[in-house]
Design a protein around this ligand. Structure first.
Ligand code: BMA
Length: 310
């Protein structure tokens, strides 16, 4: 069995909470990152004095040194997201920026509250400039559903998304990004519940935007075990029919190891919403301990090789 590990960038953690800022003084984590027209753009989750998650924006020429805006670019507006906007993933689709993120609010729209007496909604928003965002709506309502991410192009003429119906990863299709019908959704894969020592025994979810390769869509994912230790793995699915899994290696490619991953606001967490590929290198940005932002990298060729034969 082959093994491989992502390599931490020595400058990690790259972004820390800002003690001078009311909205981002406690935690910055789980960023979306898109490389576009020669710049790295980052939308990151932040928590400050009120513990409500907002999304901040930063830009970088090299992906290491970041310049942040002073104000968040996405913040709660109503009861559906009053407790925060979380875990953005951003894709360049049809000539505009499209963000998937989790709205966490005091309201719930299903028969039962989904989260701590309130609700969560897997939302989609679009933007022409990355600063002002227009909300399109959720892909489903009334269930524990998050970690949704769009494919970077249409698949067989339709928009496609991965989403997490706890504890499994599902795939869904839509013609307009607005309507996601139950009959267009299918279970893709779940946690390895039958394997006592599997790192992803308890739950799985998607990381960043699927990577298109000549051998299939390369999906980075996360999972955790009974001890709630988060790790990353890979899944390779068919280019034309992403419901067909080609390979899912057993071993994880990354897990918590540094102090700021083992401790933090939530212990033993590495959580990634971004894996842009720039010059054949995969940049895996991630939250460490739900508290700071780190970067780990690998070559695309090595990761693809592991996904095919690992
Ligand atoms: C998940 C998400 C992430 C978070 C992770 C670990 O459910 O809410 O935002 O990083 O838990 O706490």
């Amino acid at each position: 069995m082959r093994h491989m590990q992502l390599k931490r960038h020595p400058a990690s953690p790259l972004l820390l909470p800002d003690p001078l800022s009311a909205w981002e003084c406690y935690n910055v984590f789980n960023p979306a990152v898109l490389h576009h027209n020669g710049l790295f753009h980052m939308w990151y989750r932040a928590q400050g004095l009120d513990w409500v998650s907002r999304i901040g924006y930063a830009v970088s020429a090299d992906g290491i040194q970041w310049n942040r805006l002073r104000e968040p670019v996405l913040a709660p507006t109503d009861g559906t997201d009053s407790r925060g906007v979380e875990d953005p993933r951003v894709v360049w689709l049809d000539g505009r920026l499209t963000m998937t993120y989790t709205a966490y609010g005091r309201d719930f729209s299903g028969a039962q509250p989904t989260h701590a007496g309130g609700g969560i909604l897997p939302m989609i928003a679009v933007s022409d400039n990355g600063i002002t965002w227009q909300r399109l709506g959720p892909i489903v309502r009334g269930e524990d559903n998050k970690d949704h991410v769009l494919f970077p192009r249409r698949v067989n003429g339709r928009y496609a998304a991965l989403h997490r119906r706890w504890p499994n990863v599902w795939i869904a299709y839509s013609d307009d990004l607005l309507t996601w019908r139950e009959e267009d959704m299918a279970l893709l894969y779940g946690p390895r519940v039958d394997e006592a020592d599997a790192w992803d025994r308890k739950s799985v979810g998607s990381n960043g935007v699927p990577i298109e390769t000549e051998h299939g869509w390369l999906l980075l994912n996360h999972g955790y075990n009974d001890d709630h230790v988060y790790k990353f793995g890979v899944v390779l699915v068919d280019l034309d029919d992403p419901t067909r899994i080609i390979k899912r290696p057993r071993t994880a490619v990354f897990g918590p190891q540094e102090l700021w991953e083992l401790k933090g606001d939530v212990p033993n967490v590495v959580f990634s919403c971004a894996n842009p590929v720039v010059d054949s290198t995969v940049y895996v940005y991630y939250g460490g301990g739900d508290h700071v932002i780190g970067l780990a990298t690998c070559s695309l060729a090595e990761l693809l090789d592991f996904a095919r034969f690992g």
